[in-house]
Design a protein around this ligand. Structure first.
Ligand code: SF4
Length: 346
């Protein structure tokens, strides 16, 4: 529930006229990790009993956890209908620029669908098919569970600082539920998360990009371009193929005119498939005219995935380096992706 929905629901709970601060108390407790209404000690006991009888705080069950030595953790959730999804907590050791002190920063990577209809040939989720869109609570549940994990590791000293909507599924095909979930997480009466610290990654749904430009959420946008060769893109990302590159670039331009935001063009590098000089030139041509940074992601090997009858392979460092130099020679700003959680298929 959003805060206004919670306030309205409380009014209908039968406790008479409910002062707004009661809704604020509940919102705040949940953001501080309360797993039961019983812990909300500043609520009257009769209320706590009634709330517990009528509502639940979490709707998904954490059914598995994997920890990588690099600090990444992956949670598996089993949903009420048996669907299984995953969310990932990424940890990075950083130093405060002002005081020189080390600290740990956390990013939550959330899923928006069970399975994915886009069916990218290089992606494990894509090979699973599509089950359904996630509900809003199934999105916020992921964040709440990852926040619990941070508390378990670091006590109250650390919080999740960034959200990337880059897990299972295509976020822009479930935009209404995502928008509501981010509204809940960004409400200052609860987590108070900053939308500027949220990145939504899409496979390139032009209609969704235009809707984002019009209605938000005002998060950062990353486009999984993978290749700017139309025919190859249709084969690598079949479910995104209906969105032509020309239409996609048009949608990105409108998005940038409306929001002024820089866009990240993510390119997963598949050894020998999209790493040639023609691929770099096509990518540079697509990026020109957009305010953008190209983010190169050497493919994380997933056993059993193949393309054109051959196993997909991770590109070696020299292949990645050559591709990067070609883009830079074309005047494109390029970054490389840190890779985390390789030991847990993160
Ligand atoms: Fe995987 Fe994302 Fe492609 Fe879906 S859109 S198949 S989750 S890479």
């Amino acid at each position: 529930m959003t805060f206004p929905e919670l306030a309205e629901t409380l009014e209908q709970t039968g406790a008479g006229s409910v002062p707004p601060y009661r809704a604020e108390q509940i919102f705040s407790w949940i953001s501080r990790g309360a797993l039961s209404f019983d812990r909300m000690t500043d609520l009257p006991q009769a209320w706590r009993r009634e709330l517990a009888a009528r509502f639940s705080i979490r709707g998904s069950r954490v059914s598995g956890r994997l920890d990588d030595p690099d600090g990444t953790s992956k949670l598996r959730f089993t949903l009420a209908d048996g669907a299984v999804i995953e969310a990932v907590l990424l940890a990075a050791e950083k130093t405060r620029p002002d005081r020189g002190e080390p600290y740990r920063s956390y990013t939550a990577c959330l899923s928006t669908q069970a399975g994915c209809p886009v069916g990218c040939v290089f992606c494990k989720t894509g090979s699973l098919g599509f089950l359904r869109n996630l509900d809003t609570f199934e999105l916020t549940d992921q964040f709440l569970a990852l926040s619990d994990l941070v508390r378990e590791r670091d006590g109250g000293s650390c919080r999740i600082s960034h959200i990337v909507v880059m897990g299972m599924g295509e976020p822009l095909l479930n935009l209404a539920a995502l928008r509501k979930a981010l509204d809940i997480l960004c409400d200052p009466r609860g987590f108070g998360f900053s939308k500027r610290r949220i990145t939504i990654s899409t496979s390139g749904i032009s209609a969704g990009i235009l809707e984002l430009a019009e209605q938000g959420p005002e998060a950062e946008l990353a486009l999984s371009l993978t290749t700017a060769r139309e025919d190859l893109r249709r084969r690598l990302m079949p479910g995104a193929g209906g969105n032509s590159l020309e239409g996609l670039k048009g949608a990105l331009k409108i998005y940038q005119e409306k929001t002024g935001r820089r866009i990240t063009l993510e390119t997963v590098l598949l050894g020998g498939i999209n790493t040639g000089s023609g691929d770099a030139r096509a990518l540079a041509a697509f990026a020109k005219g957009l305010k953008t940074t190209v983010n190169l992601i050497p493919w994380n090997p997933v056993p059993g995935l193949s393309f054109g009858g051959e196993k997909i392979r991770e590109p070696p460092a020299d292949e990645t380096g050559r591709f990067r130099r070609l883009l830079e020679q074309e005047g494109i700003q390029v970054t490389g992706r840190y890779r985390r959680g390789r030991g847990i298929s993160g």
